[in-house]
Design a binder for this molecule. Structure first.
Ligand code: C2G
Length: 132
């Protein structure tokens, strides 16, 4: 399918679950734009400062082969503006967000992909810090 795909995420402590969602999102179009959550947004969302800074997370995501463009997602409330600004035809999110972005189906296709099982940033942090 031709077109621009957009997806969003924190992508902190980058892992294979992040890679898989990015690869599957890219396969739905011919250009992939990724919004990487600002540190302040992440703190508001999860009450935690990311392990890697927004500049580091942005650099990691930007270096991935399937990614054409990255930007900092400053607010969850700006999704409609971001979709329009980047001319996205498809919005992709993992299914932990299922149903949450259906309101944008008036301007693009909204697709939720199954999460990769058994891996998450939180679980990795717990494992590495010995609290798991
Ligand atoms: N993901 C996945 N499988 C995992 C872990 C994450 O498919 N095992 C997906 C999530 O579903 C999401 C993306 O990877 O689509 C990024 O995950 P997070 O970094 O946890 O992103 P999140 O904090 O949910 O931010 O505007 C929306 C938010 O910015 C999303």
């Amino acid at each position: 399918m031709a077109g621009t795909v957009i997806t969003f995420g924190t992508f902190d402590v980058f892992h294979v679950g992040h890679l898989r969602v990015i690869e599957r999102a890219a396969a739905l179009g011919d250009r992939l734009v990724v919004g990487v959550s600002a540190d302040a947004l992440n703190f508001r969302k999860k009450g935690r400062v990311p392990v890697f800074s927004e500049a580091e997370r942005l650099a990691i995501v930007a270096a991935l082969k399937p990614v054409d463009e990255v930007f900092v997602e400053e607010s969850l409330e700006l999704k409609r503006e971001y979709i329009q600004k980047f001319g996205a035809d498809v919005l992709v999110m993992g299914d932990d967000w299922a149903g949450r972005f259906d309101e944008f189906s008036d301007i693009c296709e909204v697709v939720y992909l199954p999460r990769t099982p058994a891996i998450s940033t939180t679980a990795l942090i717990e494992k590495i810090s010995g609290t798991a």
